[in-house]
Design a binder for this molecule. Structure first.
Ligand code: NAD
Length: 287
């Protein structure tokens, strides 16, 4: 068919996102003339920006789709014509695909984490799949909701959700309980120690550990060699949590795998090509 393919990311504070480079380089490997724009919405107009009009303009301009990030992943739902079943269950959309004038919402945050989880902690070359009966997760925000959905989809039977905002943790736990058969509990940060003793894995989904939020959201003394640790924070690639887990000999899953996974699934939805996840992972490591 030929012709330029254009997609874009809409969000706030996204000028340094690694997603455009990941998409464009992978598309180039497939011989696509592909451009990925960023539409960084200034904080001053975040509350008033007309997402419906923006979607119409993007579709009219011939974009194949949009990635949607903070703080629009929930607000965008009201402006979409249809949702994938997973996006509907999650109540959050990070990928919009235009089908003519119709805008269809998807969620590749959860599938991207699931893909990363499978690649990093699943069975592979000489390694057994990490046990995943009992998981503790810290962080019940937007990323936390997607990751919890992914973890529970892989068949976890005991899931304990922690957040400093215990109301938020309880709310997400209730939502998840309605969707999954697992035993799902929630609590404050003071509940981590007791539950972690019997857990197979720890998932971290708060901003702690990012370059501008340094630190570690869990007492490193609670980490052990037989507890796997997954982080969603991916800048830096090795967070203090991942470093502490490695120091005690634990299996780890850094957050860049999720960032790659969501890009793989979105690029496939936008273009129909089958992206090479390993090549994209190597690329993000260079960025
Ligand atoms: P958010 O603000 O929606 O949620 C963060 C949650 O963490 C909040 O509920 C907050 O109360 C809780 N929290 C903060 N500090 C805590 C602490 N010390 N202990 C317990 N709970 C605490 O943010 P979000 O959109 O969910 O993003 C969280 C992080 O996830 C981001 O900072 C980003 O680094 C990462 N992220 C990674 C990817 C990826 O592809 N790897 C994708 C999205 C987000």
């Amino acid at each position: 068919s030929g012709g330029a393919v254009v997609a874009a990311l809409i969000g706030q504070g996204i000028t340094r996102s690694l997603t455009p480079a990941m998409h464009e380089r992978e598309a180039a490997h497939h011989g696509l003339d592909y451009t990925y724009l960023t539409l960084d919405v200034p904080a001053s107009v975040t509350a008033t920006v007309d997402l419906g009009a923006l979607l119409v303009r993007a579709a009219d301009a011939g974009l194949v789709g949009l990635n949607v990030t903070h703080p629009f992943k929930q607000r965008i739902l009201a402006h979409l014509d249809d949702l994938s079943p997973d996006a509907a269950r999650l109540g959050a959309v990070n990928t919009v695909v235009f089908d003519g004038a119709r805008a269809i919402g998807h969620n590749t945050d959860w599938s991207g984490f699931a893909r990363s989880f499978d690649r990093g902690l699943g069975a592979g070359l000489g390694a057994a799949a990490a046990p995943r009966e009992s998981v503790v997760q810290i962080g019940a925000g937007g990323a936390g909701a997607a990751v919890a959905y992914a973890v529970l989809t892989t068949g976890v039977t005991h899931f304990h959700l922690v957040d400093t905002d215990t109301t938020r943790a309880a709310g997400l736990a209730a939502t998840l309980r309605a969707m999954f058969d697992a035993e799902i509990t929630s609590g404050g940060v003071d509940s981590v120690a007791a539950v972690l003793v019997d857990a197979d894995g720890l998932v971290h989904a708060t901003p702690i550990g990012m370059a501008h939020h340094p630190g570690i959201a869990v007492d490193p003394a609670l980490l052990r060699a037989d507890l796997w640790v997954a982080d969603v924070v991916y800048r830096p690639a090795v967070t203090e949590l991942i470093a502490a887990a490695r120091a005690v000999g634990a299996r780890t899953l850094p957050g860049d795998g999720m960032a790659v996974g969501q890009a793989v699934d979105s690029l496939r939805l936008f273009t129909g090509i089958e992206p090479d996840a390993d090549r994209m992972a190597a690329h993000i490591a260079e960025l």
